[in-house]
Design a protein around this ligand. Sequence first.
Ligand code: ADP
Ligand code: ADP
Length: 210
Amino acid sequence: IVMRIVFAGPPGAGKGTQAARLIERLAIPHISTGDMLRAAVKAGTPAGQEAEVYMKAGQLVPDSTVIAMAIDRIQENDAREGFMLDGFPRTREQAEALEAAMKEADLSLDAVILLEVDDALIVERITGRRTDPDTGTIYHMTFNPPPAEILDRLVQRSDDTAEACAARLSKYHQDTAPIIPFYEERSILRRVDGVGNPDDVTARLIEALG
Ligand code: ADP
Ligand code: ADP
């Protein structure tokens, strides 16, 4: 049974949206390094203060910060039986560090799901994204419109501008895409089409996870 999962794909591919749906069925924690970093920024921790500048500009937070944060997190109790890592690894160095840490515990990844969405669709998905801070629900002003009564409290991420989005996409192709051949070589990469209505994408993901 597939339980140690990496969820990869370009920014705005729908990883957060789909992870929230899958986690209910899988009963494993959803571990998003983006969410962890945003929480650290909000709390004003040293790691958060360091990360904030990079995040706002759509740049990657340095490996030295992110690797320790992610590896500590998957060693917590609730991740013993499995986890869905979202947004980590994002560089080849992160992929190697994750593999080494898991190997030390005699573990390995069961699957890396690559949620594929063309660049042309990404900008619209990202600039229309809004989040409900009370529930964490992810909306889209066009594709998944929020109910009128919560409009006032919705927030837009500071890196969801057209400029930061372009930077994030180019970072994705330059720094993150190299993890694809890394996992192909290990025969654990599974590609899933992320275009279409969210229910169809969920069905594809469930099939890909077996
Ligand atoms: P998205 O998938 O929508 O781009 P995330 O919430 O996963 O956004 O990440 C937001 C930002 O947090 C990234 O643009 C980057 O600055 C930082 N970040 C998250 N995960 C990592 C990581 N594994 N390595 C480096 N930076 C990261
Ligand atoms: P990621 O975590 O990969 O950055 P999100 O799950 O936050 O992506 O989705 C990015 C934006 O795209 C959100 O506004 C979300 O509502 C929207 N979205 C997610 N899945 C789809 C889909 N299948 N079709 C259209 N829009 C989508």
